[in-house]
Write a protein that binds this ligand. Structure first.
Ligand code: AMP
Length: 211
């Protein structure tokens, strides 16, 4: 079951990706998490990625594709995978198609979470993340800013500051939105409303995957 999650920053790709990953027993692969890990470790790749991330820009395709190639060669992808935040450009999508065609295991679905820009900006103001395990929370829905999963104090992600979020949304419309047509043409796009509750969206996604 090879899946990708599409949607603007803050649309809920990570949350839904985690739930789908648990339910189907396939790894969730977040390219953003890989970059954040490298930044924390102070690697050369991390330094390079940070230059772009801090400005709200996409990391160049060649860097992203190298990471994806490396990650897909891990043994844990034998039952499939769900990508969260990849692909973000047509070139990345074509690269993924090529790898999967070579393996003879095509993409089953591109799940697109639809959320209006003003809802995203509002949501990002209230988003907190766990610096240890990457879990995300909305401060309106929690009592303490502590991670449920691992007890770590939550933080605001640097690129969730409003001016950076606005740039990320512009970048999304310019470079990532064309992916919607790309996957629609392949007949594997599934659209789901990202602001009508997590449970409802999950039900819709699984109803579609069972088809
Ligand atoms: P995310 O955690 O998915 O919101 O990603 C955070 C940031 O990492 C993005 O704003 C980009 O700068 C970078 N990034 C993550 N995935 C990709 C990708 N597939 N292509 C380009 N840049 C990416």
């Amino acid at each position: 079951m090879n899946l990708v999650m599409l949607g603007a920053p803050g649309a809920g790709k990570g949350t839904h990706g985690n739930l789908i990953s648990k339910k189907l027993g396939i790894p969730k692969i977040s390219t953003g998490d890989v970059f954040r890990h490298h930044i924390e470790e102070g690697t050369e790749l991390g330094l390079k990625a940070k230059e772009y991330m801090d400005k709200g820009l996409l990391v160049p395709d060649d860097i992203v594709m190298d990471i994806v190639d490396w990650r897909l060669n891990h043994g844990d992808c034998h039952k499939g995978f769900i990508f969260d935040g990849f692909p973000r450009t047509i070139a990345q999508a074509e690269h993924l198609d090529k790898i999967l065609a070579e393996k003879g295991e095509p993409l089953v679905r591109a799940i697109n979470l639809e959320v209006d820009d003003d809802v995203i900006i509002d949501r990002m103001k209230n988003r907190r993340v766990c610096p240890k395990c990457g879990a995300t929370y909305n401060i309106l829905h929690i009592e303490e800013e502590i991670c449920d999963e691992c007890g770590t104090a939550l933080i605001i992600r640097e690129d969730d500051e409003e001016h950076t979020v606005r740039k990320r949304i512009v970048e999304y419309h310019k470079k990532s939105q064309p992916l919607i047509d790309y996957y629609e043409e392949q007949g594997i796009l599934f659209r789901v409303k990202g602001n009508e509750g997590i449970t409802h969206a999950q039900e819709e996604i699984f109803k579609d995957l069972e088809k």
